[in-house]
Ligand binder design. Structure first.
Ligand code: ATP
Ligand code: MG
Length: 389
């Protein structure tokens, strides 16, 4: 079932609050087959809410609103939905009783403004909210559904799990099953990998997408079907094709760091690192992969050399790799040394690997000025090691 989300709140437009509700809704509803087609942010403005709801309901059978159900004058989701659907707000005595009861339980006096929360569009179904005063509601309108949920993340989540999902299953017959799987890649680029699998990325089901982070890539496959077995079958056929085409780049069994750590372990090889920068990109890229493992013998971090050019950097890396290998009696030593970045942020990053029976080196131009720059430098080092292994 296609759906749209409308997140209400001026604080969302100001950037003071990040709209986490929509992301959460999208992941929580995907497993039962709800596909979010659009997310709209609107301020606490009745007209804006009304027009967002009115246009969304033209496009999709399910519109989910979050926020703006509180008791204050700037909580206008009730009014906005009522206006969009042409249904007046009406007082629900049972909601009023619940709100009063909640105040009694707290031992507090109910404010007049809380009465406002007992008004919902005519014909709407109230959803009781045991975690807050704001009652949520759901309106069925011309065979479509508009749901209003509170903005408070904990309340929203509770009502999705206890009211919205049961409604969609029991009354809308949503049954589907979503299965996802990831394949991790390194030693390629997003565009190069994307070209190899372009046709598969155009499939409607399973859907295939690539995300990039720090020079590593994740291909995600998501299949939706009526049953787990069908979803599994859809997933399996596309996964097999992806694996065949991307074989040269797949880091089996997870991310690059774990893969390389496992390769070293399986081959009984030990490693030493020399890092010519305080960012220690390769050591960082390994993350916890070597925790409590005897594979990594030692790391030297020496950020005090400033080679003039790539040749100088490579020569420092070469000497450092042999020193580190000697010092820790390791089988392999990888040294990383970059030139100082140029005005545009680019540096020549040199990797030198001292092996039991030889040596290898690679030099890359990397934009260290970007937020991801050092992470990419780390991934390149790991990938260099992976290929050597
Ligand atoms: P209640 O206050 O009873 O939860 P409400 O619907 O009026 O009802 P809001 O006033 O809109 O809720 O927001 C309540 C809290 O939830 C605020 O702290 C707000 O920042 C947070 N919030 C609102 N919308 C979102 C959102 N889309 N993502 C994350 N947090 C949100
Ligand atoms: Mg609000």
């Amino acid at each position: 079932m296609d759906a749209e989300i409308i997140a209400v709140g001026t604080e969302l437009l100001l950037g003071a609050t990040v709209d986490t509700n929509s992301a959460w809704l999208a992941t929580a509803l995907a497993p039962i087959g709800v596909v979010i087609r659009r997310i709209t942010l609107v301020g606490d403005d009745e007209e804006a809410i009304a027009s967002a709801v009115a246009t969304a309901i033209e496009r999709v059978p399910l519109v989910i609103c979050s926020g703006g159900l509180g008791p204050t004058a700037d909580d206008l989701t009730r009014e906005g939905i009522a206006r969009a659907l042409g249904r007046p707000l009406e007082l629900r005595p049972e909601l009023l009783a619940q709100i009063e009861e909640r105040f009694r339980a707290y031992g507090r006096r109910m404010n007049e403004s809380n009465r406002q929360q007992a008004y919902i569009p005519s014909g709407a179904r109230a959803i009781t909210n045991p975690h807050g005063t704001a009652p949520a509601f759901l309106v069925e309108h011309d065979g479509r559904t508009v749901v209003a949920l509170p903005g408070m993340p904990a309340e929203l989540r509770y009502l999705v799990e206890h009211a919205l999902i049961p409604y969609l299953r029991d009354e809308r017959g949503l049954r589907s099953c979503l299965l996802t799987r990831s394949i991790h890649l390194s030693g390629t680029t997003e565009s190069a990998a994307g070209e190899l699998i372009a046709d598969l990325m155009r499939l409607a089901n399973p859907r295939v997408g690539i995300t990039a982070k720090g020079g590593q890539y994740e291909v995600r496959i998501a299949a939706t079907a009526e049953s787990r077995a069908e979803a599994e079958a859809l997933l399996a056929s596309v996964e097999a094709q992806l694996r065949e085409r991307l074989a040269a780049y797949i880091t089996e069994g997870g991310r690059l760091a774990e893969y390389v750590a496992r390769l070293l372990q399986e081959r009984g090889l030990t490693l030493a690192l020399y890092e010519g920068h305080r960012e220690a990109p390769v050591y960082r890229a390994f993350g916890p992969a070597f925790d409590r493992s005897p594979v990594l013998r030692g790391v030297i971090i020496h950020p005090l050399d400033y080679p003039l050019d790539g040749e100088g950097a490579m020569s420092l890396a070469r000497g450092a790799a042999f020193d580190a290998r000697q010092r820790w009696q390791a089988d392999l030593a990888l040294a990383v040394q970059a030139t100082p970045p140029d005005a545009a942020g680019f540096a020549d990053v040199c990797y030198f690997l001292a092996l039991p029976d030889g040596e290898r080196s690679v030099q890359r131009r990397i934009d260290l000025g970007t937020a991801d720059g050092w992470a990419i430098a780390g991934s390149v080092g790991l990938d260099f090691l992976r290929r050597a292994l």
